[in-house]
Design a protein around this ligand. Structure first.
Ligand SMILES: [Zn+2]
Length: 233
């Protein structure tokens, strides 16, 4: 019998964090579509065939749209993209905290899709304090010491295709248990001159398989199981 190499396998792909409102394509990928403000939240809610998130990104904290986005939370499948960013956001910590907390409080039972660049510890504390049961720390590049706590809380992290060259993210993948891993594209975002798109999660999946020393199919099964748990579907 002929053995099948990884390049011949067509795995089922799961994208746990994608800005679909910024993309035009139709993709054969299970997608959780995140939003960054009122306009993208409305656009996301009008989509079919994806899990729909509403939120205000920490870069947009203080934009005056909080009340209107809070009114949309009930219609959403999950919350996000929300969180804190102590590196790139121009909003003060206080304002970021107000936006993040308010959206979590509106529906702590829903999965939170969280951005926490240079604010991993604080974001995790807030999630725990608000009693959030399911959270995804997207493109996790924080301290590997926090991974145990993330796992203990029942939370997840996503692996972005950039894991092949981003050293911090690579170290995270090496240390994180398979049970907390999801794949994401952060589609719509241009990273180092490359437009990210959902089919690229295949690269994340291949990295997971390689680093964990398992086959692509086993990595796919693990990510599928984690995706279903993360979004409670
Ligand atoms: Zn994003």
């Amino acid at each position: 019998m002929k053995s099948i190499s990884n390049s011949e396998v067509t795995p089922i792909l799961y994208d746990a964090h994608c800005h679909c409102s910024e993309l035009k394509g139709n993709y054969d990928v299970y997608i959780a579509a995140v939003s960054m403000d009122l306009k993208s939240s409305l656009a996301t809610l009008s989509m079919r065939g994806v899990l729909r998130g509403v939120g205000i990104h920490p870069w947009n904290a203080g934009n005056g749209e909080l009340r209107e986005v809070l009114n949309l939370v009930r219609e959403a499948d999950f919350l996000g993209e929300i969180g804190l960013d102590y590196r790139l956001s121009r909003a003060s910590k206080e304002v970021q905290l107000e936006y993040f907390s308010s959206i979590l409080e509106a529906a702590p039972e829903k999965t939170a899709n969280v951005h926490a660049l240079d604010a991993w510890r604080d974001a995790l504390n807030i999630l725990l304090r608000k009693g959030v049961k399911r959270a995804i720390l997207h493109w996790y590049s924080g301290p590997v010491e926090l991974l145990k706590e993330i796992e203990g809380a029942g939370y997840f992290i996503t692996i972005n295709p950039s894991v092949t060259f981003q050293e911090k993210h690579k170290r995270v993948l090496e240390k994180a248990p398979l049970e907390i891993l999801l794949t994401e594209s952060d589609g719509g975002y241009v990273y180092r001159g490359r437009l990210l798109e959902p089919p690229m999660v295949r690269e994340s999946l291949e990295s997971i398989a390689k680093v964990k020393g398992i086959g692509l199919e086993d990595a796919e099964k693990a990510v599928e199981r984690n995706f279903k748990r993360a979004f409670n579907i």
